[in-house]
Write a protein that binds this ligand. Sequence first.
Ligand code: ZN
Length: 198
Amino acid sequence: MELYSGHINKLIEELASLPGIGEKSAQRLAFYIINMPTDRVERLSKTLVEARGNVRYCKECYTLTDRESCPICENPHRNHRLIMVVENPRDLAAYEKTGKYEGVYHVLHGCISPMLGIGPGDIRLKELMVRLEGDIEEVIIATNSSLEGETTAMYISKLVKPTGIKVTRIASGVPVGGDLENIDEVTLLRALEGRVEL
Ligand code: ZN
């Protein structure tokens, strides 16, 4: 027997398919949405569609942005010869929040994980190598300190070294397995300042 109406079931199913949302949360959200004023529901669905339709990858660093290039890549006051490699836009945001990093970024959108079948070709590594053909002074590898993050860091360092560009790795003050986005700004800055050459 169906417990709820078909529409509610469908809504619960859609919500439950999102990461981090279990069956119970999905039910709670579904009933919340059903009770929201119609105009708010319309605004929410419009926002979802517009975000999906208009957000794209920056043509330089591959973070998510509304324009062809993100505001960081377009900023002439940033040091464009210094590239920090991060796993995802959330890690980029974590470093931006410190307000102390003056270089630009490169967002990989993942990391190498043999366990999950994610190889070097599945992340934005080729794009990084293209950027390194330009006038670059240093590549700072700021992938997470998880096994996958370390594997990715070693892989990148091997790729970059022959180019003669300086390659550094953020200090291991960052807790092992810790997501960069959950680490406080002081720790992030310390990790950045204490970076070591690979
Ligand atoms: Zn960018």
